[in-house]
Design a protein around this ligand. Structure first.
Ligand code: G
Ligand code: G
Ligand code: MN
Length: 406
């Protein structure tokens, strides 16, 4: 890479960092030699997908890079990243048979994003994290992301010192328009940086390992605030987001059950939101943990449904009770006929599997009415209530709980 950068200091040089999941599991399933074989195949395939002159490298197991010399524009590096990720939709053909892996890719380009190898790698690496949240599973480095330099110590201290806030966003039952619960969303205003966007500090926490502490904080802070409301006989639900790795981390089950006991909250009042990405990491383990949690009475929701890459076969096995359709699909419900049909089909599919459906990101009445026609059970969005400090939303939950449908 250094050579490519030095050879043409003014030309646009792209860097794609590609992360491939599930390679480790492959070893356990079909033998460790298969990892080497898969890596060799991945590098060959990457080379085939790219142009002559582009170079591919192995960084470490499961992480690869492509250096694209002489790009016509910075956007072309994102196109290359898209092609690389799309290639993983086809199974990789190993000697023992085909295996399906999944990949995300982050892209950055010199000289706009950085001019030296290290900082350019850092940009592509940051983009890779952002990519996990994108529909395409790819992302181009966004300078705003790098600009906020969260420091490990300050987020650690904020979490340890209970300086984050719990905001709640109501869930509304479509048929009755009653609030039946709320999602807990963390907010952080740092003394040094001001308000930090949640996706930024959550991503930072995920990447630095602070996510374990942050989740413990989130569970305890949410249950502490909501305990009283959640103990009422016809209690509303409160949902807590779990980052992919958290659910399958050792000790998570003790953490959640311990917190329920400590705050004296019935397990049935708590919904855990898990994204499809979690399922991709270690599906067997994920299903096992979720099943034990469900058996203890906790409810599970599949969050951001539709933008991940989870195969529909997992949907069949998951002990979830709710499916949250990602807001990117809900935006299309009015005005895009095919988009609306897709949402309608997801609702039917979920119902056939015995799941309740939550539509995320409902921003207007027209969308809510369309969703009602489609049989959607619950909505969440700016139209029915923005995320707000817990103290503002809790009174709505108290009122909501015992009231009969109007
Ligand atoms: O809160 P929005 O308002 O911007 O949240 C952005 C993202 O951050 C969402 O994907 C949400 O799931 C996630 N998020 C918010 N709070 C928490 C939390 O306490 N834990 C985890 N893991 N994710 C959270
Ligand atoms: O990934 P998750 O579903 O947990 O993220 C919830 C995110 O959605 C939060 O960032 C929250 O602020 C945001 N959100 C909630 N309602 C709406 C809405 O109606 N429109 C938009 N654009 N975002 C919303
Ligand atoms: Mn969520």
């Amino acid at each position: 890479m250094a050579a490519a950068l030095a050879a043409a200091p003014d030309a646009t040089v792209g860097l794609v960092v590609l992360r491939v999941g599930r390679l480790g599991a492959l070893g356990a399933m079909i033998g460790y030699a298969s990892i080497d074989e898969a890596e060799a195949k991945i590098l060959t395939q990457m080379q085939l997908v790219l142009r002559v002159g582009d170079r591919v490298f192995r960084i470490r197991e499961g992480e690869y890079a492509a250096v694209l010399a002489n790009l016509r524009s910075r956007n072309h590096v994102l196109l290359a990243a898209n092609r690389l990720v799309r290639d993983f939709q086809q199974p990789l053909l190993l000697a023992s048979g085909p295996v399906t892996l999944n990949a995300v890719a982050g892209a950055a380009a010199a000289p706009v994003d950085a001019t030296a190898p290290e900082p350019l790698y850092r940009c592509a690496d940051l983009a890779c994290l952002a990519a996990e949240r994108e529909e395409t599973r790819t992302a181009l480095y966004r300078p705003e992301e790098g600009a906020v330099r969260i420091e490990h110590a300050e987020l650690h201290e904020a979490v340890a010192g209970n300086q984050l806030q719990v905001h709640l966003q109501p869930f509304v039952e479509v048929a009755s328009r009653r609030i039946i619960g709320a999602e807990s969303l963390a907010r952080w205003t740092s003394a040094r940086l001001g308000p930090v966007r949640p996706d930024q500090f959550i991503t930072f926490a995920e990447r630095t390992g602070l996510i374990g502490e942050l989740t413990r904080w989130s569970i305890n802070a949410t249950l502490r605030l909501c305990a009283e409301v959640l103990r009422s006989p016809e209690a509303p639900l409160v949902s807590i987001n779990l980052s992919p790795r958290v659910l399958i981390a050792p000790g998570f089950e003790q953490l959640i059950t311990g917190a329920l006991t400590f705050w004296n909250v019935p397990a049935t009042s708590v919904l855990l939101e898990v994204t499809e990405t979690a399922l991709m990491e270690d599906p067997e383990r994920c299903v096992a943990v979720m099943t034990r949690l469900r058996d203890r009475g906790l409810r599970i929701a599949i969050d951001d449904f539709g933008v991940g890459q989870a195969s529909l076969s997992y949907l069949k096995r998951l002990p979830a009770s709710k499916l949250k359709i990602d807001r990117t699909f809900i935006m299309d419900v009015v005005g895009d006929d095919r988009g609306a049909r897709l949402v309608h089909s997801i609702i039917d599919l979920a119902h056939r599997l015995g799941l309740q459906v939550v539509a995320e990101g409902v921003e207007d009445e027209a969308t809510l009415l369309r969703l009602a026609e489609m049989g959607c059970d619950l909505v969440q969005g700016y139209h029915t209530g923005r995320p707000a400090p817990a103290a503002e939303v809790l009174p709505l939950l108290v009122q909501a709980a015992p009231a009969p449908a109007r």
